[in-house]
Design a protein around this ligand. Structure first.
Ligand code: ADP
Ligand code: MG
Length: 553
């Protein structure tokens, strides 16, 4: 079994720092080199880029520093200024809980600043060979207390012509010292260097491992607060994730969201701080078994739990900072598997998103909320694949060829096939996509997100009142009153906003209703407008003009 960080005998403080960074288990190079370095052995380690070499040497280094002694106890050499800064930062993060002071030292930066840093007393210096050598010559860098020297990206340093500088530095090091050489490749020159300076070095070599290269696609959608639910359900419908976690900021939001999702036919397990540990475990078990498709959770509640790897993480609310973000999305894309992380950002939170992006040094890709057209297209594609498979397997013909033959004598074979698919999808009341896919709700300006408008061929001149509309919609059409939005009444027609799903239900089963003793026809607002050739101005005022009435509450 792969070791955990705790198995590597790191101290609780350092384990905590690792946890904060969101690392869940050591990479192979870490698992192999950390114990050797903790023992004080010299190491020559080879592993490709992206395999976590920095932490492989940084963790034992921060572990072994004597914090009370304000002297440079470790020196890390890196080929470039960028790498020196990056490694210094990683060491700072990993050594934070132990109070380790790290100073990057590189060419191009004023000596003054570096001198100030050095005088203040640091435990670790990370520098480019040239500048470190300069400081040594000037007598501004005391390396007499150094116990460990790391050459990071050693092959690159040699390629860049630093070999003499490196040898100069190594020759000045105390007798009692540990040397670790980390490199993506081990050309002969590195072997030579190792033979000359390392004592009984342990060689560790790891083949490429995809683990640390996160396979998670990080995305965001910009969405108004009130449209979040609709956006989430559409993405769920489009992606049909096999397992997903939805993170919310508050307990209340967890409860509300899971109730709404359940009412829309999703199975969701909700966990937060008010739910006790035993219950949480039970809910989590339902999620693990697949009895619940979704896990809705606050970050805190999720933190202590062993949650299996999921295909999707949704940040229903944008996390407070990069740490939280990394924690949350770390639930997907583990072990080189693919994962998607989608963060919902309201327009007002865009600044917060940029802040997180800066901290994680990565820009999230913007994606749009799928339209119902996208979802319909995806479903049709799946259906098409299933049909082709059935045709090609020949199984369908075995059972139904004779029946289809008989039907085709009296009906168009196309109609026969369409009827078969219609019945297979539930027949009347089943789940069918509009042939004019995506049309209904793409008239955004006329309806609020998630709402669509229906056109009724009756209005005030017929004596119809908003309550008649609500009555017919709830009584005859059987939709919930809460799905009805604004009712705009005009002389001889009416526009009613309803939730998309409710609209679909009405259009499928109740396009003729009776209101105030009249037969009223219901149709999608835009379709009506186009059919009748009316201008948008007259029939469907986009700019919410008078007259308008709110639905009675
Ligand atoms: P290398 O020096 O081998 O090219 P890095 O040390 O720069 O690789 O690490 C590559 C990435 O992997 C970094 O973003 C780092 O934070 C991350 N990483 C390192 N160790 C782990 C781990 N144990 N679990 C998850 N991510 C890790
Ligand atoms: Mg590296």
């Amino acid at each position: 079994m792969a070791p955990t960080f705790a198995d590597l005998l790191l101290s609780p403080e350092v384990l905590q720092a690792i946890d904060t960074l969101g690392f869940e288990e050591p990479t192979p190079i870490q698992a192999q080199t950390i114990p050797l370095l903790l023992e004080g052995r010299d190491v020559l380690a080879q592993a490709q880029t992206g395999t976590g070499k920095t932490a492989a040497f940084a963790l034992p280094l921060v572990e072994r520093i004597d914090v009370k002694r304000r002297q440079v106890q470790a020196l890390v050499l890196a080929p470039t200024r960028e790498l020196a800064v990056q490694v210094a930062e990683a060491m700072h993060n990993l050594g934070r809980t132990r109070g380790i002071a790290v100073l990057p030292v590189y060419g191009g930066q004023a000596y003054d600043r570096q001198l100030q840093g050095l005088r203040a007393g640091v435990h670790v210096v990370v520098g480019t060979p040239g500048r470190v050598m300069d400081h040594m010559r000037r007598g501004t860098l005391d390396l007499s207390a150094v116990r460990t020297i790391v050459l990071d990206e050693a092959d690159e340093m040699l390629d860049m012509g630093f070999v003499e500088d490196i040898e100069f530095i190594l020759n000045e090091m105390p007798e009692e010292r540990q040397i670790a050489l980390f490199s993506a490749t081990v050309p002969r020159r590195i072997e030579t260097l190792a033979r000359k300076y390392l004592r009984d070095p342990q060689r560790v070599s790891v083949e490429h491992d995809a683990r640390t290269e996160s396979q998670t696609r990080q995305m965001y959608v910009e969405v108004q607060y009130r449209d979040k639910i609709e956006a989430l359900t559409r993405i769920l419908d489009l992606e049909s994730p096999s397992s997903a976690i939805v993170f919310c900021r508050t307990k209340r939001e967890v409860d509300e969201l899971s109730a709404t999702l359940q009412s829309r036919g999703y199975t969701a397990a909700a966990i937060h701080g008010d739910i006790n540990q035993a219950q949480r475990e039970r809910l989590l078990q339902a999620f693990r078994d697949g009895r619940a498709e979704l896990l809705i959770a606050t970050e805190v509640a999720a933190r202590g739990l062993d949650i299996p790897d999921v295909t999707h993480v949704f940040n229903y609310d944008i996390p407070d900072d990069a740490d939280a973000y990394i924690h949350r999305i770390g639930r997907t894309g583990r072990m080189g598997k693919k994962g998607d992380a989608v963060t919902f950002v309201t327009p007002r939170e865009m600044g917060q998103l940029r802040f997180i992006e800066k901290q994680i040094r990565k820009n999230l890709r913007q994606v749009r909320v799928p339209t119902t057209g996208d979802i319909a297209a995806r479903r049709q594609e799946a259906l098409r694949t299933a049909l082709v498979t059935a045709i090609e397997s020949g199984a369908a013909s075995t059972y139904y060829a004779a029946l289809v033959g008989t039907l085709a004598e009296a009906h168009d074979p196309l109609a026969v096939a369409a009827a078969a698919i219609y019945l297979a999808n539930g027949g009347p009341g089943g789940r069918h996509d509009e042939p004019t896919t995506g049309d209904m709700d793409e008239g955004e300006p006329t309806a609020e997100g998630g709402m669509v408008r229906l056109y009724l061929d009756t209005g005030r001149t017929h004596g119809v009142r908003p309550q008649d509309v609500v009555g017919a919609f709830t009584g005859e059409a059987g939709i919930a009153g809460s799905t009805i939005g604004t009712i705009d009444m005009f002389g001889d027609f009416t526009l009613v906003e309803v939730e998309r799903r409710a609209a679909t239900a009405i259009l499928e089963r109740a396009t003729v209703l009776s209101m105030h003793g009249r037969e009223v026809h219901v149709s999608p607002a835009r379709e009506k407008r186009e059919r009748s050739g009316e201008t948008t101005e007259k029939k469907a005022p986009t700019a919410r003009k008078k007259p308008r009435t709110r639905k009675p509450s």
